[in-house]
Design a binder for this molecule. Structure first.
Ligand SMILES: C[S@@+](CC[C@H](N)C(=O)[O-])C[C@H]1O[C@@H](n2cnc3c(N)ncnc32)[C@H](O)[C@@H]1O
Length: 323
């Protein structure tokens, strides 16, 4: 049995009865006016963090959601698209697609603005998406890609997202990451991987995988504690804290000097002139924190300029700035 079969078994069961050991950090449901989320969708929230961000919404977008789960985020995305087929949700597990369908029909009863046709649920696999090249504006996955192994499936899944996105389109993801590389005995535990506990990468490896797929710009929107794998239960030398990370990656060319990754760093000029120009396209107005990508932050910090302050990552980037 391949690990894909194990994953699909886990989610076949999770579709039939909500599983409380899967993913999900307790979070208050996100309130949106006139959006009522059926309780069963909360119970079947098998994600961590969110992939639904106001800043990604624009008129007439076609949105792809890979790994539909109970349909919670598909419903939240449909809240913004509001037209038949505006959201395409792909999942290989028939029972999960059926559960999502049932849950969306339930949602239609308490959400007058919503019609189940707004979410087209499609059989398919993240590793070979049933969509044309450059056919979606926004693609999202929550807590699925951490299940995929590196050195093959993860790269394939990211390449598929890149392929189906239109130029300039964005991939929004939420996954667990780990501060120390996951030990081999946990990586190889297929059940723990399927439960989003033992497949995660370090932050650096996660970002490298995204850039490796051709995304030229990215932003970290949130990074917070997720779970602890305690040493005794998981046969570790010491407890391992997992974090959850929310990122957006843009299908834009990778600059010659490397991708721009924003992690909440800023640069502030406080010198005698009205602004500071680094000669590379970054003009910092006086006394005003300018969001900069990590590459630019590093380059500015290395100048050791007496009137430049470069602030550390907040892991909460909300837009704007250089590049
Ligand atoms: C951890 S759950 C996340 C569900 C949902 N994204 C959420 O946040 O609640 C993983 C989902 O991916 C689906 N899945 C499993 N293997 C997949 C694959 N190879 N391609 C696409 N989806 C897959 C599962 O059936 C399940 O719906």
């Amino acid at each position: 049995m391949s690990y894909h079969d194990t994953v699909q078994d886990v989610y076949r069961q999770a579709a039939q009865a909500p599983a409380d050991n899967l993913c999900c950090i307790p979070a208050a449901p996100r309130y949106l006016p006139e959006l009522d989320i059926p309780k069963v969708m909360h119970d079947m929230n098998y994600g961590c963090g969110t992939t639904v961000h106001l800043q990604d919404m624009a008129p007439n977008q076609r949105v792809l959601y890979v790994g539909v789960g109970g349909g919670l985020e598909a419903l939240q995305l449909a809240y913004f698209t509001r037209r038949p087929g505006g959201v395409v949700a792909v999942d290989p597990v028939a029972e999960m697609r059926e559960a999502a369908r049932t849950n969306l029909e339930l949602a239609a009863k308490t959400n007058p603005w919503f019609d189940p046709s707004f979410v087209e649920i499609v059989e398919g696999d993240a590793l070979s998406l049933p969509l044309d090249d450059a056919s979606v504006n926004l693609a999202a996955q929550n807590c699925l890609f951490n299940i995929f192994k590196t050195g093959g499936d993860l790269e394939k899944a990211l390449a598929e997202m890149h392929r189906v996105l239109k130029p300039g389109g964005r991939l929004v993801m939420s996954d667990p990451i780990t501060p120390r590389p996951m030990p081999a005995h946990l990586i190889d535990n297929e059940i723990l991987r399927a439960q989003c506990l033992s497949g995660c990468l370090t932050y650096e490896a996660y970002i490298d995988a995204i850039v490796g797929a051709g995304f030229g710009s990215g932003e970290v929107r949130s990074r917070q504690p997720y779970r602890v794998l305690d040493a005794a239960s998981y046969d570790l030398d010491e407890d391992l804290l997992l974090e959850t990370i929310e990122v957006a990656a843009y299908k834009v060319p990778i600059p010659d000097d490397g991708a721009c990754i924003f992690t909440g760093r800023t640069a502030i000029y406080t010198g005698p002139d009205g602004s500071f120009d680094d000669g590379k396209g970054h003009v910092l107005p006086k006394n005003s924190p300018m969001p900069v990508c990590d590459k630019t932050a590093g380059a500015l910090a290395s100048l050791n300029h007496p009137h430049l302050t470069v602030t550390p990552s907040t892991w909460h980037y909300t837009g704007g700035g250089c590049c």
